[in-house]
Design a protein around this ligand. Sequence first.
Ligand code: PMP
Length: 307
Amino acid sequence: MKELGIWMNGTVVPPGQAVLPVNSAAVFYATNVFEGLRAYWNADAEELYCFRLLEHFARFRESMKMMRFTIPFSDVDLFDAVRQVLTANELREDIHMHLVAYVLGTGLDATSPTGVYINPRRRPRLAENSGLRCCVSSWVRTSDNAIPIRLKCGANYQNGRLAQLQAKADGYDAPILLNQQGKVAEGTGASFFMVRKGKLVTPPITNDILESITRTTLIEELCPNVLGLDVVERDIDRTELYVADEAFFCGSGYEITPIVSIDRFPVGNGNVGNITQQILHAYMDVVRGVDKRYSEWRTPTYHPVTA
Ligand code: PMP
């Protein structure tokens, strides 16, 4: 399969040319912030729609603010850059992208010079009607006063990496992380939702989780306004996971990924739940533009809307 070109500081280059110096803060301390973006191919419209770019760019800038660095690109530049990397690669399929801002200077406190790259990648999905076998990790989610998960920097993902490797070594697909208070936080790269006693529940944004754009999409629009389901934001105890009727992860990359067991307790009857299925289908229809509502969330690649 053809290698995908990477947009780096204004030009699309082959992956072998998108390189960073070993002594940069970006490489040595993982001094970067990033966003995981998705674009969806709609065959009827012959269009590739990027989902909620504006919200991703806003969070990208919040992460940079917390890391005390800026990039020499406006949001308009970033819209153009995303379009440029997709068209240069002639993509007519679903694609995942990493949008990364990095610090080239050396040393722990380096904040400049900075750069940006966008790395498109093919990302496989689970087979339909299947789900993840999860465990509750013995690794604890890093806390807001240590390494805040609200800040989406590459270095933060070492916490999830430890949990993921442990989960795999123990025979599970993925971990669920608890925070330092022992309440459910999230997955390594996804928010957590469960259904209990007919209610859709997810932890609040103050429980050491990323402020997920997919989570907001579900809470504010898709669940109440498309499916007629309200979402309750509250603490979730570990033992609630063992008696949940349904559970799923959500995120730009994970989309809606069902969870079928937790610590070997089947979730519900161990199959993908009905509410999870409904949310999954509603989400995929909106992101792909099959459901034509929420057009403001979809940035077209090949037929840009001109003012
Ligand atoms: N939590 C973490 C730690 C993540 O990395 C992600 C993926 N960005 C999410 C949650 C989901 O966030 P979003 O819906 O904005 O992709």
